[in-house]
Write a protein that binds this ligand. Structure first.
Ligand SMILES: [Fe+2]
Ligand SMILES: [Fe+2]
Length: 646
């Protein structure tokens, strides 16, 4: 619409005609307006370009005039004032007046005024554009800073890629986009010559179900491969008008076929790392003239999609360089985590190798821990509904579960694998001693240094000791007989009276429950303390620093009867209390431990409940472990005749 020249006040007919004619020559329409009436632009009228005022040139009249005129008139929009004197009125110097004229206007003067108005209009237009550009760059600068900050805080690759893609699309109003990441020979290894499609976003089409990973070679047969190969951006106005001679033309419909989506404009930039290597490719599709529009049909795409501009290209390249650095950082972080976890797993495997009896125990306790945390996160009622295991918390719990018995590395193998009260070698010594006694004992002797009536008596004692050695627990009467056998003696070759059962043998055989003596038990229990010592030496990150505490308290009991610190209910973390339950359950249902048979889950749960009733274990945790079905996760593995014991 043509701009409007406003003629204010009563212009003489001659001036009015001249102004109208000249304005038309300069592409302006005119509008007359009575002075001191509020000015408004009516439909069909263009924006005001300038003003010729014919009101009487007195200070007061002009003050009144500017009082009712819209802001801008006289400031942004030049106002020329008619004067009736020969002299230039001094007060005009303080007024927003662009110039003066006398009536009647000459054609020359009139053209000069129009020229000034038109020039002012074009200067204003330039100013508007510059201000627009400055605003745009300011916004982009702000966005770059925001994006940079966001990227540097993200440690999860999937979330990071989604963030990079969403921000890039937002900045240039791209309807869709994808990111490809360059594949490596191994985690931490060298780059290969393929890029992997990792993530795609689309405002118009639901691509969730079709968005699976695939890889393409770094060569000229695809747009992404082409950009990765040459390390330079590719800005395509319309992929359908690409020349047949271009090598990637064939692949132009890749995205369209995959997602049933018309791709028109496409901006593809390399993600180049600090070493100058291409670490991935960012591809943006369909820049929209209206960011809020949706491209559901081919016609929508034709109507709303515009080419990406050079400034889009610059801006996306700025994001891309930050993105490449962030992606490498996150990949490195992940690789370090993987290496660290691999190292921890191999440490645990080394302990398992020493102790075949509990092989796989730590791995399975970790499995229970993760299933338990997931069950807690699914819970929307009950005592644990307010609890939530974040990724960091889960990781902490996972490592604590995996490493809880790492202190066993300092416990002698003979104790970890001790299957009887006395070893086979020690029993062989007793048998040999019995044979010696039988050989040297005179027939019929019933007195003197010998305390047996016959060889058969000696055999019966040996058989008794064999039974005691294998028993799970020793009742009182067995213990009494053991004491009686301990009192029996024989003379050695020098005639000195010797005990049939030595003090050390008695100490081992007389263990009422299990097969470890008090000292041996303490030695094995010291593994909890050792777990803390070993884990405390690892420089954990802040999210993981509680691992030594959680792991080393897996033998603590709510009533303070546990070890190593004798902590009570309120001093123990939720994770330590849960770990205690998972550890006991795993040990109970583990297959074929030599000192006890494998226990069915039902019986193991009974024991857990009894331990909870005795205020050793947390009953809410025990019940949740059962009701959530966490206890069942290894049932198949336990039922099968796997190659490893436990
Ligand atoms: Fe333990
Ligand atoms: Fe354990």
């Amino acid at each position: 619409m043509d701009p409007t020249l406003i003629i204010l006040g009563d212009a003489p007919a001659q001036d009015l005609d001249l102004v109208r004619t000249t304005a038309a020559e300069f592409g302006m329409q005119t509008k007359t307006h009575a002075a001191l009436q509020p000015l408004s632009i009516m439909p069909g009228e263009g924006p005001p370009a300038g003003c010729l005022s014919f009101v009487s040139c007195t200070r007061q009249a002009l003050l009144d005039l500017f009082g009712v005129m819209p802001i801008g008139l006289g400031q942004e929009i030049p106002l020329f004032q008619r004067i009736d004197t020969q002299e230039y009125p001094g007060f005009l110097a303080d007024m927003p007046v662009a110039g003066c004229f006398r009536s009647p206007l000459s054609a020359f003067e009139c053209r000069n005024i129009m020229l000034a108005i038109v020039r002012n209009g074009s200067l204003r237009q330039q100013k508007r554009e510059l201000v627009g550009e400055i605003k745009k760059y300011r916004k982009q600068k702000h966005q770059l800073i925001t994006i940079g900050t966001a990227l540097s805080h993200q440690n999860d690759l999937g979330t990071l890629l989604a963030l990079i893609l969403a921000e890039s699309r937002d900045v240039v109003s791209a309807d869709a986009g994808s990111i490809y990441i360059r594949e490596k020979t191994s985690p931490g290894g060298a780059f290969t010559n393929r890029i992997r499609f990792k993530i795609s976003q689309n405002d118009s089409v639901d691509i969730g179900r079709t968005s699976r990973e695939f890889s393409v070679p770094i060569d000229e047969t695809s747009v992404a491969g082409f950009v990765a190969l040459h390390g330079k951006p590719l800005n395509i106005e319309d992929v359908f008008t690409l020349s047949d001679t271009l090598p990637y033309k064939k692949s132009r419909k890749e995205y369209e076929d995959r997602f049933e989506y018309r791709v028109k404009s496409m901006l593809t930039v390399p993600l180049t790392n600090l070493s100058g290597e291409v670490a991935g490719v960012l591809q943006l599709m369909n820049k929209k003239s209206d960011p809020n529009s949706r491209l559901h049909t081919r016609e929508d795409a034709e109507a709303c999609v515009v080419p990406f501009t050079l400034s889009d290209e610059d801006f996306v390249l700025s994001i891309a360089s930050q993105a490449a650095v962030s992606i490498e950082r996150v990949q490195l972080y992940q690789e370090i985590k993987d290496i660290f976890e691999g190292y921890l797993r191999s440490s645990i495997a080394a302990i398992d190798e020493r102790d075949r009896v509990t092989y796989g125990h730590s791995r399975r306790v970790m499995g229970y821990a993760m299933a338990f945390a997931d069950a807690i996160n699914r819970e929307d009622g009950g005592p644990f509904a307010p609890l939530h295991f974040s990724e960091d918390r889960k990781n902490r719990f996972r490592f604590a579960a995996l490493l809880h018995d790492i202190g066993k590395i300092g416990v002698p193998e003979a104790l970890l694998a001790k299957e009887r009260r006395l070893s086979e070698d020690a029993m062989a010594v007793i048998r040999a001693r019995a044979e010696y006694i039988k050989a040297v004992m005179p027939r019929g002797a019933s007195a003197g240094p010998f305390t047996w009536n016959s060889s058969a008596d000696i055999d019966a004692d040996v058989a008794f000791l064999e039974t005691v050695n294998k028993a799970g627990s020793i009742p009182d009467e067995t213990f009494s007989r053991l004491q009686a056998v301990r009192g029996k003696t024989y003379p050695d070759s020098a005639g000195t009276r010797q005990p049939f059962v030595t003090d050390l043998e008695f100490e081992n055989l007389s263990v009422r429950k299990g097969n470890l003596t008090q000292k041996e038990r303490e030695r094995v229990n010291s593994h909890a303390q050792a777990t803390r010592r070993i884990l405390s030496r690892i420089p954990w990150t802040r999210e993981l620093e509680l691992i030594p505490e959680i792991a080393s308290h897996h033998h603590e009991r709510l009533d303070g009867s546990g070890y190593p610190d004798g902590l009570t209910e309120h001093q123990l973390s939720f994770e330590s209390k849960a770990l205690a339950v998972l550890d006991i359950y795993e040990a109970l249902v583990a297959q074929d431990r030599p000192y006890k048979p494998k226990m069915p889950p039902r019986k193991a749960i009974e024991i857990l409940r009894a331990e909870a009733a005795a205020h050793h274990l947390d009953s809410a945790i025990v019940e949740f472990f059962v009701s959530s079905g966490t206890y069942r996760i290894f049932l198949d593995e336990q039922a099968s005749d796997g190659p490893t014991p436990q």
